[in-house]
Design a protein around this ligand. Structure first.
Ligand code: PEP
Length: 251
């Protein structure tokens, strides 16, 4: 069944101590809020994972922001999917636009990472999204369709069921410029249709598709009310428990 999810991507922010404090604040705020209508995921930097898993105590799932494209070996500075899994973490974000643009991660590299993540028992939040020039030239559906096809559609249906898709228009990430609810819904419907064409309507209907890009307490409710928007991948507004909770409680 399709789940609502709000996931906080802390990116390269917070020392270990600050991160543990933020995780504790989120845990406390969730306890105070009572039942919420979504699953909550926190994605801190690698070195925080073990401590954040302990701090959230099972109320919140924890995600890495990346993992290596190789299983193990002489890859200095890399962190493997098996290592991520061994922290108690359950998700990994793959294909974030910052990874694609700053670190040259292609769809082919990402398909390898997805395979390794799934083989190691991790669920994947797979990011797709177009840059501004691609939207302005009307190529956004083609770009996202290609990212899905090359990054994910080699998977079996059984494996695809462990994927959460995050649509993150690159021009909206960290810019304060959010996609309108119509733009988000149009792309989310396109993504769901592409999944249906590949895997059938049932699996498409069960897939969680998140929106990401300057989502905040002021715009989350309108975005989440769209029929194909099942929650958010949140950057800046996930860095304080108060702002993050405004989004978690927006359903
Ligand atoms: C992100 O980086 O995944 C993101 C959505 O960032 P922001 O919310 O800051 O735009």
């Amino acid at each position: 069944m399709r789940k609502n999810i709000v996931a906080g991507n802390w990116k390269m922010n917070k020392t270990l101590q600050e991160g543990v404090q933020l995780a504790a604040d989120v845990r406390q705020a969730l306890a105070a809020a009572g039942a919420v209508k979504c699953d909550v995921i926190l994605a801190p930097p690698f070195i925080h994972l073990t401590e954040v898993v302990k701090t959230v105590g099972g109320q919140v799932e924890v995600s890495a922001q990346n993992c290596a494209a190789e299983a193990s070996g002489a890859y200095t500075g890399e962190v493997s999917a098996a290592m991520v899994k061994s922290t108690g973490c359950t998700y990994v974000i793959l294909g974030h636009s910052e990874r694609r643009s700053y670190y040259g991660e292609t769809n082919a590299i990402l398909a390898k990472k997805v395979r390794l993540a799934l083989d190691n028992g991790l669920k994947v939040i797979f990011c797709v999204g177009e840059v501004l020039a691609e939207r302005e030239s009307g190529k956004h559906f083609d770009v996202v369709g290609k990212q899905l096809k090359e990054g994910l559609f080699g998977l079996s249906a059984e494996d695809f069921a462990k994927i959460v898709v995050a649509y993150e228009p690159v021009w909206a990430i960290g810019t304060g410029k959010t996609a309108t609810s119509v733009e988000a819904q149009d792309m989310h419907a396109f993504i769901r249709k592409a999944i249906a064409a590949q895997y059938g309507v049932q699996l498409a209907d069960d897939t969680t598709i998140l929106y990401g890009g300057s989502c905040n307490g002021g715009n989350a409710a309108e975005l989440f009310a769209c029929p194909d928007v099942d929650g958010g991948l949140i950057g800046g507004a996930s860095l304080t428990a108060e702002k993050f909770m405004q989004i978690v409680t927006a359903f």
